[in-house]
Design a protein around this ligand. Structure first.
Ligand code: UDX
Length: 463
């Protein structure tokens, strides 16, 4: 791990909100030799983190957390005023979920800002409050500044500072992403916040890009919109490729060799999920509409994404005939492999569409089974909960099913022996992720159908 032996002096750091972003950021600072004070509004989470246990599954995070809580690099406190008292640079990393109309719900930001503001009243020195949560342009300069000023009875930019420092972490690779960001974007408007942020990040070897707070907030939306657009582009072209009789994977691999385009985020699949892309596109649409700006790309990207999940079921139905009464092993429930998060997972619309067509899904995921079932219940699909079966292993799901759909490409699916796949009544696999590869299975007489690859395709695929 990249622990700086003698890191240059930096500001005392606090992080409010110990979710994925807050915790990964805190541990990245600790790993670079900084001391961090952490606070979360949830007492259960505070004690879990203070005890060195990660509240969620994220590769590499638990060991780092154990190490830094034991060594005292990360200290968890029980109040925001303690976090304020311990820091000159305080990051806000609280949830900013979607509101009913797609807008960003700032409830957690507001309530944390109120408490920080009150605490600032009693602090006789400068503190900078920096937004790590995803917020629409103008939130830092607007709501955040107003609440802090109102509650602290102090002057922004004279007595305290504000800034934006968006986060670009991906689940599954958060620890690496937090330690080695592609870029560190800081949105500042006063020199002291600028110096504090630059000093805090001096130990990182990533380029620092500086702009206004609103500019930094917009970078986050633009980056996620671009990535989501590429995925929807790949998915739409996967349907073009299927009717053209070619495999989309080598096509997009060739497209991505152009350095103006690049290879990233061009893997066709079941569509994107996760807690960021859909939420951020909706928030962007809403925010722009409120300013009479009609955005077409985010709407199209979301529409293509919705369509793609149905397309996966269409492919299954085309191959299996009517799905009514068929048992379908739905493998991979997380929004992507490597995490237990089912936020906006494409497994949900695939599941609903299967049920709508009269199929009986049998579910399996190495980690996300309980979260998926909780998500179904939370979405109000309680009628389905009693009918939902979550298998203990992929093999168990396959043994009871007529066909299988792979939604997330967990490495363990690749290790399933062909004889276990062959237990499928219809011997049909619909692979939305190119997870298991066709050659080995087709040699065993299994029908393998992949998204973006026509049925008659026999040429080798690009891995
Ligand atoms: C994303 C951004 O990558 C990250 O920078 C931001 O901070 C949060 O949102 P995350 O949601 O964790 O991160 O996952 P990511 O790896 O970006 O994947 C998002 C979705 O797109 C997943 O469902 C994934 O399976 C899908 N995807 C990604 C594709 O279908 N094809 C691709 O080529 C890439």
């Amino acid at each position: 791990m990249t622990r700086a032996k003698n890191p240059p002096p930096g500001p005392s750091i606090a992080i409010v909100g110990l979710g994925h972003v807050g915790l990964a950021t805190a541990l990245a600072f600790c790993s670079h030799g900084r001391h961090v004070t952490g606070y979360d509004a949830d007492p259960q989470r505070r004690s879990t983190v203070a005890g060195g246990t990660s509240p969620f599954y994220e590769p590499g995070l638990s060991s780092l957390l154990r190490r830094h809580t034991r060594a005292g690099g990360l200290k968890v406190v029980d109040s925001i005023s303690d976090a304020v008292a311990c820091s000159r640079l305080l990051f806000l990393a609280v949830p900013t979920p979607s509101g009913p109309m797609g807008e960003v719900d700032l409830t957690a930001v507001r309530s944390a800002a109120e408490e920080i503001g009150v605490a600032l009243r009693n602090v006789g020195r400068w503190t900078s409050v920096v937004m790590k949560s995803t917020t629409v342009p103008g939130t830092v300069d607007g709501s955040l500044t107003r609440i802090l000023a109102h509650r602290s009875l102090r002057q922004p930019d004279l007595d305290f500072g504000v800034g934006s420092n968006p986060e670009f972490l991906s689940e599954g690779t958060m620890v690496h992403d937090a330690l080695h960001p592609y870029r560190i974007v800081i949105g500042v408007r006063d020199p002291r916040t600028r110096s504090l942020l630059r000093a805090a990040y001096a130990v990182f070897r990533s380029p620092i890009v500086e702009m206004t707070p609103a500019g930094a907030e917009l970078v986050k939306y633009a980056a996620n919109a671009m990535l989501a657009t590429r995925v929807s582009f790949a998915n739409e072209f996967s349907r073009v490729a299927e009717v053209a009789g070619v495999d989309i994977y080598p096509v997009l691999a060739a497209v991505g060799l152009d350095p103006r385009i690049g290879p990233g985020f061009l893997r066709a699949g079941p569509g994107f999920g996760g807690s960021c892309f859909t939420k951020d596109l909706r928030a962007l649409l809403r925010w722009a509409a409120e300013r009479s700006v009609e955005l077409q790309i985010p709407s199209a990207v979301l529409a293509v994404n919705e369509r793609q999940a149905t397309h996966v079921v269409d492919v299954a139905e085309r191959e299996a005939g009517s799905l009514r009464g068929k048992k379908v092993a739905l493998l991979g429930l997380a929004f992507k492999a490597g995490c237990d998060d089912t936020a906006e997972s494409r497994a949900y619309p695939i599941y609903s569409e299967l049920r709508r067509r009269g199929a009986h899904p049998i579910l399996y995921d190495p980690r996300a089974g309980p979260n998926f079932v909780n998500g179904l219940a939370a979405s109000g699909s309680t009628a389905h909960v009693g009918l939902t079966r979550v298998a203990r292993s992929a093999q168990e799901a396959l043994a009871k099913s007529d066909l299988a759909i792979i939604q997330a490409d967990w490495p363990e699916f690749r290790k399933i022996p062909a004889r276990d796949w062959a237990r499928l009544g219809l011997r049909l696999i619909v692979d939305a992720r190119r997870s298991v590869g066709s050659d080995r299975l087709e040699r065993h007489g299994l029908r393998y159908r992949a998204i973006g690859r026509p049925a008659q395709q026999r040429r080798p695929e690009v891995a």
